[in-house]
Design a protein. Structure first.
Length: 544
């Protein structure tokens, strides 16, 4: 009679799991003829299901492990990993905290906790969790990289740079550390350092498609550039997933654009966007319905207003328009003034709208107050002496009705730019935000742009000159005249620094971070004309 040795059996399963043989591992477990399995067998069974993306089965198995052993820290941690994957971030946090309460020395659990906090935008708690993980496991370069990434989110760039360098000291073959070092140098305008570190990352890992794409954004390619040859060689690889292919196609598109080969460039832009479109599965109906919803909501809220006496010591300034219309430049100009804090692209209005107003059939003044207080709770800690805080989330144009009622003291600047230039710039940029999924298809871009124009006409007719419109082309042709118009609208005293936004030491973390480091220049709205022959059939339907 053979005696069942669970410990030996578990070790054999662990080998299968670590080698990626998840199906074989499950077969071995399921072949056991026992009414109930031990906690650790149920736990490893759950993680095999997780690795195979069978999340329901993964959660059931891991919960069974916890039922068998309520003090099983690793099972709680793994359940947190599953819930994080499912998008249940708060549920994941509860699991990680439970695991930590049992085992306070699990650096991986603190690391995962920090990652979830970072996803939620809770950078303070994310930093705290990463620091504890680092204290427990100081030799892990990946912890340093993620701590650096989090600090970068709150503009603590010098600290991030030191962490990336420390990660490289621990692992000189870390292409991820070099890549992130390149990203941060790109953000702060150190272009030569950015190029050097992207190229170092690629020398370590020539399949790092994200490094190729980001390198392409800061480098001007010339004929016979070896990087182009590397990318064309990588293109032939059969094991690239869709995301990596898309990154590579955008990099090649930029390279051939630099070479003046617009046929190949456009083809690669099409290929890259086609993949993104397939991944995101965008439908114009979702945005068309939202545009109708905000108009209807504005009508319902017509006679409701916030008490104007409920004022903060500063005023919000919303800079809106289409992405790639020049909102970053406008903010860089304005926050060059000593009384304006540039907060960049904040997602607060959209998140608060979806929490309070989306599908709300009878919104009240209390709802408006809730949005107002919720917004100020998020931004009040950012500034000290400034009179304005600027929020340049372009898509806030959708919510101007609610914004005007919730913030009667707010200033709103709408940035206009040539429609062809805007739509082409959206198409040629690699966006990762699901809210920009319309940008992966030229027909969808044109549909979205026309809906945006229609909605802005609606707001303009209602709110008139209380919304300042700035034409990007006029701004680049006659900067001082347009900038003085902006400063007068904000009722601020003139400061000469507003004429030199490129000297502003503030760093921009958007797709426009390179443009705002340059002196204001005209002509960029004509770049789309290089691709005009490929765009005519789409852009002829653009509204003016």
């Amino acid at each position: 009679m053979t005696v069942y040795d669970e410990s030996k059996f578990f070790q054999s399963l662990l080998i299968l799991y670590k080698n990626g043989n998840y199906k074989e591992c499950l077969i071995e477990i399921n072949n056991l003829h026992y009414d109930s399995l031990s906690a650790r067998l149920m736990n490893i069974k759950g993680m095999c299901y997780f690795a195979l993306s069978e999340l329901d089965k993964a959660e059931v198995s891991i919960r069974s492990a916890i039922e068998a052993d309520s003090a099983y820290a690793q099972a709680y941690s793994n359940l947190g990993i599953v819930r994080n994957k499912r998008g249940d971030l708060h549920g994941a946090i509860k699991c990680f905290n439970k695991a930590i309460s049992i085992n306070k020395n699990d650096s991986d659990c603190y690391f995962n906790l920090g990652s979830v906090y970072k996803k939620l935008g809770n950078f303070k708690d994310a930093i705290s969790a990463f620091k504890i993980a680092r204290k427990i496991n100081p030799e892990n370069p990946f912890i340093l990289i993620n701590l650096g990434n989090t600090l970068k989110e709150i503009s603590r760039f010098e600290e991030s740079i030191e962490l990336y360098k420390e990660a490289i000291y621990l692992d000189s073959r870390s292409d991820i550390a070099y890549f992130n070092l390149g990203l941060i140098h790109s953000t702060i305008g150190n272009i030569s350092d950015a190029i050097e570190n992207f190229e170092k990352a690629l020398r370590i890992n020539s399949s790092n498609t994200e490094a190729y794409r980001n390198l392409s954004l800061v480098k001007r390619f010339s004929k016979n550039d070896p990087i182009i040859k590397e990318m064309l060689s990588l293109e032939k690889e059969k094991n690239l997933n869709d995301e990596n292919k898309s990154q590579l196609y955008f990099a090649l598109a930029k390279a051939f654009e630099d070479l003046g080969d617009y046929d190949r460039s456009f083809e690669y832009y099409q290929n890259g966007n086609s993949i993104k479109s397939k991944i995101y599965k965008y439908s114009p109906l979702q945005d068309n319905d939202l545009f109708k919803e905000v108009k209807k909501l504005d009508f319902i809220l017509n006679n409701k207003n916030i008490d104007s006496e409920n004022q903060n010591f500063f005023k919000p300034l919303f800079i809106v328009g289409m992405p790639r219309s020049g909102t970053s430049l406008i903010e860089q100009i304005i926050c060059s003034h000593s009384l304006v804090y540039g907060a960049g692209e904040l997602e607060h209005i959209d998140k608060l709208y979806r929490k309070i107003f989306h599908k709300n059939q009878s919104p009240s003044e209390d709802d408006l107050l809730s949005l107002r207080n919720g917004y100020f709770d998020k931004v009040s800690g950012l500034i000290s002496k400034e009179k304005f805080i600027s929020d340049k989330m372009p898509h806030n144009f959708r919510y101007l009705g609610i914004i005007k009622k919730s913030f009667p003291e707010a200033k709103i600047i709408h940035v206009l730019r040539d429609s062809n230039a805007v739509c082409w710039s959206n198409y040629k940029h690699y966006f990762t935000n699901r809210g920009l999924a319309y940008s992966f298809d030229l027909k969808h871009i044109v549909n979205y742009y026309n809906s945006y124009q229609e909605l802005m006409h609606f707001w303009k007719n209602k709110f008139g000159e209380s919304i300042l419109e700035i034409d990007y082309e006029l701004l680049t042709e006659n900067p001082e005249n347009e900038i003085r118009k902006i400063i007068n609208y904000l009722e601020l005293d003139w400061e000469e620094s507003c004429l030199q936004p490129h000297k502003n030491k503030r760093h921009v973390i958007t797709a426009s971070n390179q443009q705002v480091k340059k002196s204001i220049y005209s002509g960029s709205s004509n770049y789309w004309k290089r691709f005009a022959p490929y765009l005519e059939e789409y852009f002829r339907d653009l509204s003016s």
